[in-house]
Write a protein that binds this ligand. Structure first.
Ligand code: ZN
Length: 249
């Protein structure tokens, strides 16, 4: 027996918000039936689109908040983040702080290391719970990056982005594009292990902390001011540099 809804709205998604819709449903009006008086946030998320990626909602042509309750038969238009125009007067949230800072969910260790190599402030810890991530993001104005739509649907989540790709290098490209991160690149200024600041140290100070052959081959050494990790411009450095050079600045 199919359920007959008394009321419905038509919802249309623009741009990359269509990524969340099944093939065949993209770029089309979605008819959503409902009972009672749900908020527009509930109706949008019922279709699998996390509210944190929606930056503007028009109901019958007028901007509304997430708490708005659309009437039967309304046309709801949902827009993603705009890269080239400012809509601050009617946007659902102010722009995130510049430079963007992130907190990542526990499955994104490689992406966390890549973002830190780029010099982007990135908190990540394998022991974080979903609640930890939401609290850190809220307290510190950080943007949540995740492959878990559940975190992004939480009402506490304000800024966030759902990664479409599963491969870390492709995830890095997505995040760099979406948040225009090349403007904030400062390669090798952060520790890939702990997000601490990395500074150059005198060669003589690391003599007992690196393998003897490394000490003989390299002249410049760097150290994390937080965890003490020593870095030098070895093969790993060259691989990362090649990766970062894919992003023209
Ligand atoms: Zn460190």
């Amino acid at each position: 027996m199919s359920v007959e809804f008394k009321k419905y709205v038509n919802i249309r998604f623009y741009g990359n918000l269509n990524d969340f819709l099944p093939a065949g449903q993209k770029q089309k009006d979605q008819r959503v039936g409902f009972w009672g008086t749900p908020t527009v946030k509930d109706l949008v998320e019922a279709l699998g689109v996390p509210h944190v990626e929606v930056f503007l909602i028009l109901v019958d042509g007028l901007p509304v908040k997430f708490s708005f309750r659309p009437a039967q038969g309304s046309l709801v238009s949902c827009y993603p983040k705009f890269s080239s125009i400012t809509i601050s007067d009617i946007a659902l949230r102010p722009d995130f702080e510049i430079p963007p800072r992130f907190v990542l969910d526990v499955h994104l260790g490689r992406l966390a290391a890549y973002l830190r190599f780029c010099g982007i402030d990135t908190l990540y810890d394998k022991s974080y719970t979903d609640n930890n991530i939401l609290e850190i993001a809220q307290a510190d104005g950080r943007i949540i990056l995740t492959r878990d739509k559940g975190i992004l649907r939480n009402g506490k989540a304000r800024y966030g982005y759902y990664l479409r790709n599963t491969k870390p290098q492709l995830q890095l490209s997505e995040v760099v594009d979406y948040f225009n991160l090349t403007n904030f690149f400062d390669p090798f200024s952060r520790c890939s292990l702990c997000n601490g600041e990395v500074v150059q140290v005198e060669k003589s100070k690391v003599e007992n902390q690196v393998p003897q052959t490394t000490y003989q081959v390299y002249n410049e050494f760097f150290k994390c001011t937080r965890c003490g990790q020593i870095y030098w411009e070895g093969p790993h450095f060259n691989r990362i540099t090649a990766m970062l050079n894919r992003y023209p600045r």
